[in-house]
Design a protein around this ligand. Structure first.
Ligand SMILES: Nc1ncnc2c1ncn2[C@@H]1O[C@H](COP(=O)(O)OP(=O)(O)O)[C@@H](O)[C@H]1O
Ligand SMILES: [Mg+2]
Length: 512
């Protein structure tokens, strides 16, 4: 059977491709993913797109290793940047650093670009900023204060169980109530050391429900994290979320969080990114649904975020993802199997870009059937078969239309990125990081000694020399901690008195 279109015979598969593409025609701006494949034939005119309007309904990019996930993310980041939307990306393997350099043209690449709807393909570079956690990475060092990080995320990093997690929550609550801003790991250690010492006995009793034994376990976990080099992630200057929302020459700046040599700490890495997201939520205004997102946040290797996570942590992720939508932020999770993402989060991801799945083991098979069931019905494809026979750089796609309805399932050949499909190397990353505008602000850790001096100065100022014998003013909590001999051994460490109670968001992170 064939229809006729201006004298050209349209095959059945072309017709199906056009019908599918009709479901991807939107009024507003859209992000171009690629073009429809039916019966192995690609139709360069049958475009598959994501409306900019529904990017805040989030998305999933999944698939086995080597199937094209990272290149899909690269292409998405490029187009967002061109549309003036800033992007935050976890660069786990360093291969996304190529966004900062033009791609290398070849006949193969331009042919692929043409068949995937990007006839205008030309090598392009994008404004990028390279950041790393702590001071030992290859990018601009980024830190958070302990107070800001909060007990839920810190528990995840420390690998605490639920009892220990709730104990840590109570300790934070006590510190918050007393206006103690904990800057770095030494500060939280000082607080717990105080609480578990004879001098802190009354304070500990006042908290209620905290056993000295559990506090001791937490203390040891903190010592281990510090010994392991974890102390450089915490402290000041703390990352200002506004720095992730920049544009340059009308293009959105792409901030790449480089995992680099810190690959031994993947949980720290992903948890830190979660903090960044929660902090963005705290600081961004409510905007409702917008024509294009304010920011898109992409978690690569997202299974790291969820593996071994506590209930409180999962709830935090789920709520953040649900609520951040109204702030105009889109979140994309990238992982091997959709089943790596807990259902309450998965069900909130509007766009699905599923690269090839393997079906070797019974577990693979289960994940495959489960994935098939999450797609709308389609007459064009046998999904189970399609998902295991997709080529590299191809994906089964469905997104949310501008009206919020799922689009037709499309076997999509993804357009190639315009920037370099390779890493630029650690040396080049470091050079760029140090030449960029963020380095002056975050390059150096603020000297802890000065924080200590500020605190002692504050304490002295608050206590003028008594001229006449007066009733001794009640000692503040900060003073009590500072005068505790067990804590004095930390020397420079100090819980800085913020002077007022610190409040927390529903995510456990500090409210600004
Ligand atoms: N959209 C694409 N256009 C051109 N080549 C691609 C595309 N997607 C993947 N490839 C090729 O496949 C390789 C593996 O893709 P990659 O994105 O690194 O896989 P994954 O992240 O799933 O492990 C790339 O190095 C590239 O050569
Ligand atoms: Mg990859």
């Amino acid at each position: 059977m064939s229809a006729h279109d201006g004298g050209r015979a349209m095959t059945n598969s072309q017709q199906q491709a056009q019908e599918i593409a009709a479901g991807y025609q939107f009024d507003g701006a859209a992000l171009e993913l690629g073009t429809v494949v039916v019966d192995g034939q690609v139709d360069p005119t049958a475009r598959v797109r994501i409306p900019m309007r529904t990017l805040n309904r989030h998305g999933l990019v999944a698939g086995a290793t080597g199937t094209g996930k990272t290149k899909t993310l690269q292409g998405i980041a490029e187009q967002l940047s061109r549309a003036g939307v800033p992007v935050v990306l976890a660069d786990i393997k360093g291969d996304l650093s190529g966004l900062s350099r033009p791609g290398e043209s070849s006949d193969k690449l331009t042919a692929r670009a043409a068949e995937t709807g990007d006839a205008d393909w030309h090598p392009s570079a994008y404004p990028t900023e390279f950041v790393s956690l702590g001071t030992t990475g290859i990018g601009v060092p980024i830190r958070a204060t302990i107070t800001s990080f909060g007990p839920v995320l810190l528990s995840k990093v420390l690998g605490l169980n639920e009892t220990q997690e709730s104990t840590l929550g109570l300790i934070f609550h006590w510190a918050d109530r007393n206006g103690l801003a904990l800057l770095d790991l030494k500060d939280i250690r000082a607080v717990i050391t105080h609480l578990t010492s004879p001098e802190g006995k009354e304070d500990l009793k006042g908290i209620g429900g905290v056993s000295a034994a559990t506090a001791g376990v937490i203390l040891r976990a903190l010592v281990n994290l510090e010994a392991d080099g974890g102390d450089t992630f915490f402290g000041e200057p703390e990352l200002d979320p506004a720095d992730l929302l920049r544009t340059a020459g009308g293009q959105g700046v792409i901030t790449l969080f480089e995992l680099g040599a810190q690959s031994a700490r993947p949980v720290m890495f992903s948890t830190f990114l979660m903090w960044v997201l929660a902090d963005l939520f705290q600081t961004l205004p409510e905007v409702g649904d917008v024509d294009k997102p304010k920011l898109v946040f992409i978690f690569d290797e997202a299974h790291l975020l969820f593996a071994g996570a506590s209930k409180a942590f999962l709830e935090q992720v789920e709520q953040t993802v649900r609520l951040i939508r109204s702030k105009g932020v889109g979140v994309f999770f990238c992982t091997q199997l959709p089943t790596d993402i807990p259902n309450p989060v998965l069900s909130q991801l509007g766009a699905r870009i599923q690269h090839a799945l393997r079906a070797f083991t019974p577990d693979d098979q289960k994940a495959l059937s489960k994935t098939v069931r999450t797609y709308p019905k389609t007459a064009a494809y046998d999904l189970e078969q399609a998902l295991t026979s997709l080529g590299t750089g191809e994906a089964i796609v469905t997104v949310l239309s501008e009206r919020g309805a799922p689009t037709p399932v499309a076997w999509t050949r993804i357009a190639p990125p315009r920037s370099l499909m390779d890493t630029i190397g650690d040396t080049a990353i470091t050079q760029r990081a140090q030449a960029g505008p963020l380095y002056a602000k975050y390059g150096q850790t603020i000297d802890r000694e000065s924080a200590y001096e500020i605190l002692t100065a504050k304490v002295e100022a608050a206590e003028p020399e008594p001229a006449a014998p007066k009733p001794k003013p009640e000692e503040s909590t900060a003073e009590r901690i500072m005068s505790n001999p067990a804590v004095k051994s930390f020397l420079r460490s100090a819980a800085t008195a913020a002077g007022r109670e610190i409040s927390r968001s529903i995510f456990g992170t500090r409210k600004r």
